[in-house]
Design a protein around this ligand. Structure first.
Ligand code: SAM
Length: 279
């Protein structure tokens, strides 16, 4: 018996359902239920919350979310082998766990959860960044979620919270910090997982701001930032060539030095440039 609920220990669940981890699905399971409860709490108390969990696997984090009081958890899992283990959890928490068998990239959480919902997930490494970019770039802001608590490889987590001037500052940092408060809440060694991955991991917490920090058209900003960091070693006037008929003039109008490089441009500068280009 574990300390957070009366369900069997995760090692027994994995053995009973023969859930040998598949690398192709990014499966590195968390087995310590005290740790999963701690991750569940990163975004504050869960009482009454609606939560989307991507990739519940054998359900360690799912159990943490439910034990911490989430009113409803939508768990989207691609690996059908995990479903019987998840059904056991659903039975222990009647009416609170909805399991969807499928790909998180195509499931619409709004069909199952009341907004604003939260996302809490130990993401599969192969679709983690894509899901994050989708959550950060909805058609309208504020988004239907109010916070994201996400496990990434530590190197990706550092890119999300990076500040100008650092090697890890890039598109993810600008997209995340433009409309969210982002912080690393927890760093975990490989041994926290089964099987252990090759690298350290970190839990990032992103809280949606009611409005972007600086005005800008989202599509223009994304295009400018993607192009700017695509050739991050080049000067801005070269990296951004073609975005306007006179990019040097556009950069000056935005208050930016055409000879500086993408990694030196603060969030405010990217937004100013997006406004100049949109006009
Ligand atoms: N949440 C569990 C835990 O913490 O122990 C498992 C985390 S494991 C890193 C990632 C999980 O995501 C696996 O269970 C895997 O099968 C699932 N997964 C992989 N790709 C997926 C996708 N596109 N949609 C939904 N689940 C996916």
């Amino acid at each position: 018996m574990s300390r957070i609920d009366d369900l069997p220990p995760l090692r027994d669940v994995i053995a009973a359902h023969d859930l040998r981890a598949k690398k192709s699905l990014g499966q590195n399971f968390l087995l310590d239920l005290n740790l999963t409860a701690r991750i569940a709490r990163v975004g504050g108390p869960l009482t009454g919350a609606h939560v989307l969990e991507v990739g519940p696997g054998p359900g360690g984090l799912t159990r943490g979310l439910l034990a911490e009081g989430a009113a409803r958890v939508l768990a989207v899992e691609k690996d059908a082998r995990c479903l019987p283990a998840l059904e056991q959890i659903a039975a222990a928490y009647p009416g609170r766990l909805t399991i969807v068998s499928g790909d998180a990239l195509v499931v619409d959480a709004n069909a199952h959860l009341d907004a604003p919902w939260r996302v809490v997930a130990n993401l599969p490494y192969n679709v983690g960044t894509e899901l994050l970019v989708r959550w950060l770039t909805p058609a309208t802001w504020p988004p239907p979620w109010d916070s994201l608590t996400l496990m990434f490889q530590k190197e990706v987590a550092e890119r999300i919270v990076a500040t100008p001037g650092s090697k890890t500052y890039g598109r993810l940092a600008v997209l995340a910090q433009w409309r969210c408060d982002a912080r690393i809440a927890l760093t975990l060694p490989p041994e926290a997982f089964s099987p252990p991955p090759k690298v350290n991991s970190a839990v990032v917490h992103l809280a949606a701001l009611p409005a972007p920090r600086f005005p800008a058209d989202p599509a223009v900003l994304q295009r400018v930032v993607a192009k700017g960091f695509n050739q991050r070693r080049k000067m801005l006037r070269a990296a951004l060539k073609g975005l306007s008929s006179d990019i040097e003039e556009s950069l000056r109008m935005a208050g930016l030095d055409p000879t500086s490089r993408a990694e030196q441009v603060p969030l405010e500068g990217w937004c100013a440039l997006a406004r100049v280009l949109a006009a």
